[in-house]
Design a protein around this ligand. Structure first.
Ligand code: GLC
Length: 728
């Protein structure tokens, strides 16, 4: 006998109709339950089951601590997901399924490079593929929703969370963030193998003072909109299902209590239709910020500001019933929050497919396709910074190679921070990958004792030295005040340098480090970030030339901490003394940016070498003048002047010389990865129109203004091949 379906249970009906019908049937307690995310293991699973039966669990977070990125987390117990879900669906009054969320930041079991490393690939298609693999593995283990992509622009490498985003540029972060949303959600997130995405941390979390995570930030509305908001605008346009409100206090308001940011900007101006979840305890932390008296006050302020679901602190279910009764919150706002959560659940197809097929779980992990994507993405994330006398690529026979340094045999460390479900033994270390790739070669390694390392280098023709950071000093709350390499590594490098054996330095790090000392001592330098499960093999592929390096810096490499913040798309100021660009007048009447440091970075945004040599020539533009709503096409000829094939990330930069507000000296407004054989050429074209040329001015609108524009095409922010056009 089929039970008659209520409208909200009928998938043939439009989602809006199902939401409306269900909302009308819900009690106040059930409505608040949908806004409540609990820890899956909160005070033991028994409590969660009881709450689920009462319809008080809208979501479970499959994490057990606030510092999810750096502490072992509860494994998502497969059967428990179904047990709790069955209670919610079959035993609660309305049978609303629970949404399971988890941090799947750069892979589930197959770990891809850290997002900062993925950004160095400048390859949205590949980044999207990686997110799709991550979603397939995570969804097979009961995850419906990932708290990714992290879209925070980071201009301060002291900040541990620079690892999690796509670097310093809004345009690159927008392109890659939208790609991750597409990879996680697909066109229809209810399809098996997809998860809902969550753009985080709204907004301007990277402005935290001194690079100290959670610290307050100050940012003009002008910069907030033209830099930090752009990636979220792109994620909303890509259909991102949810957004996470950040911990910090920006311009005097805790984000989770900011009606201006969460409602006026995100929901009203950007038209975000999904739901906002607060970050871990961000609601009650408003009390610590000094923006709320107590839990009840915090709950009222968060919901009113625009938080729709509360992560783990339970103040909504505890206090909003009374708050509604005494008129402290608006019933329409409450219903709007519930409707947004229900809409996401219908979008995810949870009502039709609430349960997990546990038989699919294990077979979904570490597929050859996932590993292949991880290897290719890791390979493309590697940035060649120096290659003196073309020391690289190394021949696969005939030389003795020592593989030294603290990370030469590392496995787990190569995965980086924000790894819950990756397994260290899945990773092939760099030394093992080199051996796999060149079986005829004699490799030597040595214990980390200095004398042993020195002796191994003395007995080798080349020393590959793997330096960098443990993931334990990257990620959430892991901020570093002294950015130089750990002291013992500087000592080791100096000792190895003195042997006279040529050094190939591989830097595995979660942030851009001022590696001047490495540059002085190594003949070749490859920046590898934390490259993931297949990172060792990717490094071997590049060092032996099976792959040609094409990675470009998604973040400026400073000479020293003293230069921070230092970024390529800076404003000119009134005396042009920023000095980032060697070809701009670095001084004004002799005034220099620093008396004790050079003004230029070690390497600029967008920089990266190849094993071949690319040249840019013959820039052309199809029109010298356009109207504000028209587009202009700019192209240049890219030529491979070398003897081997290679790929170049061609970049297009724009400058709006005069605006109603000041504009950066350069902004990335296009990029494309182009592969060319020896002596081949290709014309690479970029279209620039309103979306690329518009900016938020002080009229509160994002618009194109008339005037003179410069445009350059090249292989880094230092591109010199340029032309101009007018907007009338
Ligand atoms: C953490 C992070 C956030 C993460 C959440 C759940 O503290 O700030 O990025 O998604 O809590 O683990």
């Amino acid at each position: 006998m089929t039970t008659s379906r209520l409208p909200y249970q009928d998938p043939r009906l439009p989602t809006a109709e199902r939401v409306r019908d269900l909302l009308e049937r819900m009690t106040l307690s059930e409505k608040l339950g949908q806004l409540n995310q609990v820890r899956a293991d909160q005070a033991g699973v028994a409590l969660v089951r009881t709450q689920a039966k009462a319809g008080l669990v809208g979501s479970r977070i499959l994490a057990s601590t606030a510092f999810a990125g750096n502490e072992a987390q509860l494994v998502a117990e497969l059967e428990e997901n179904n047990t709790v879900q069955r209670i919610a669906c079959d035993e609660s009054r309305l049978g609303i399924p629970i949404l399971n969320g988890r941090d799947v930041i750069h892979g589930y079991r197959t770990i891809f490079p850290i997002p900062l490393g993925q950004a160095a690939s400048f390859d949205p298609e590949l980044v999207e593929q990686a997110a799709k693999h991550a979603a397939a593995e995570a969804s097979a283990h009961g995850v419906h929703w990932t708290f990714a992509p992290m879209l925070d622009i980071a201009r301060d490498p002291r900040w541990g969370r620079i690892i999690e985003g796509c670097g310093e540029d809004a345009y690159l972060t927008s392109a890659l963030g939208a790609a991750m949303v597409r990879g996680f959600q697909g066109v229809d997130p209810s399809e098996p193998g997809r998860v809902l995405a969550c753009a985080k941390h709204f907004l301007a979390y990277g402005t935290s003072e001194g690079g100290r995570d959670y610290a307050s930030g100050e940012c003009s509305d002008h910069t907030l909109r033209n830099v930090y908001l752009e990636p979220f605008r792109a994620a909303v346009r890509a259909g991102c299902a949810t957004v996470m409100s950040a911990f910090h206090n920006i311009n005097g308001e805790p984000v989770s209590g900011s009606h201006y940011l969460l409602t006026r900007v995100l929901k009203d101006e950007l038209g975000f239709q999904g739901f906002v979840i607060s970050d871990w305890a961000a609601v009650t932390e408003m009390i610590v910020h000094g923006a709320a008296e107590n839990d009840a006050d915090a709950a009222v302020k968060a919901l009113t500001a625009g938080v729709d679901m509360e992560m783990v602190t339970g103040t909504f279910v505890a206090h909003l019933e009374a708050a509604l009764a005494n008129g402290q919150i608006d019933a329409a706002r409450l219903d709007d929050a519930v409707a947004r959560v229900l809409r996401a659940k219908f979008q995810k197809g949870l009502f039709e497919r609430p349960y997990l097929d546990t038989t699919r779980a294990t077979s979904s992990l570490l597929s050859p396709a996932a590993r292949a994507t991880a290897r290719t993405l890791a390979t493309r994330s590697l940035v060649l910074l120096k290659n003196q006398d073309s020391l690289l690529p190394l021949a696969k026979e005939g030389r003795r190679i020592a593989v030294l340094g603290p990370l030469a045999s590392a496995q787990g460390e190569l995965m980086g921070s924000w790894v819950f479900d990756g397994v260290a033994s899945d990773v092939t270390s760099i030394v093992d990958a080199l051996g796999e790739s060149a079986p005829k070669l004699k490799f030597s390694t040595a214990p980390l004792m200095l004398d042993a390392q020195v002796q191994a280098a003395q007995r080798a023709d080349v020393a590959i030295v793997v330096l960098g950071e443990s993931p334990l000093r990257t990620g959430e709350a892991n901020n570093i005040a002294d950015l130089s390499l750990p002291r013992d590594q500087e000592v080791l490098l100096e000792a190895l340098y003195r042997t006279g054996t040529p050094i190939v330095a591989v830097i595995a790090a979660g942030r851009p480090l001022p590696i001047g000392s490495v540059l002085e001592r190594a003949q070749a330098v490859l920046y590898a970030w934390h490259p993931g499960t297949e990172g060792g093999r990717a490094i071997a592929d590049v060092l032996f030339g099976d792959a040609c390096p094409s990675g470009k810096l998604p973040v400026t490499l400073a000479r020293s901490l003293g230069q921070v913040p230092i970024f390529y798309n800076h404003k000119n100021g009134g005396r042009a003394v920023n000095g980032y660009y060697p070809f701009f007048a670095p001084t004004h009447h002799g005034i220099r940016p620093y008396l004790d440091e050079l003004a230029t970075p070690l390497f600029p945004f967008g920089f990266g070498l190849s094993y071949t040599r690319f040249g840019y020539s013959d820039i052309s533009i199809d029109r010298s003048e356009i109207a504000r709503d028209e587009r202009v096409k700019v192209s240049a000829l890219l030529t491979n002047h070398g003897e081997r094939s290679g790929a170049e990330v061609v970049q297009c930069y724009v400058r709006d010389y005069v605006g109603s507000v000041t504009r950066p000296v350069r902004e990335l407004k296009g990029f494309r990865r182009v592969e060319l054989g020896p002596a081949e050429s290709a014309r690479v074209e970029f279209e620039l129109g309103p979306d690329e040329l518009a900016f938020w001015n002080n009229s509160g609108k994002r618009e194109v203004e008339p005037g003179r524009f410069g445009v350059w095409i090249g292989g880094s922010a230092y591109a010199e091949l340029g032309t101009e056009f007018q907007v009338r």
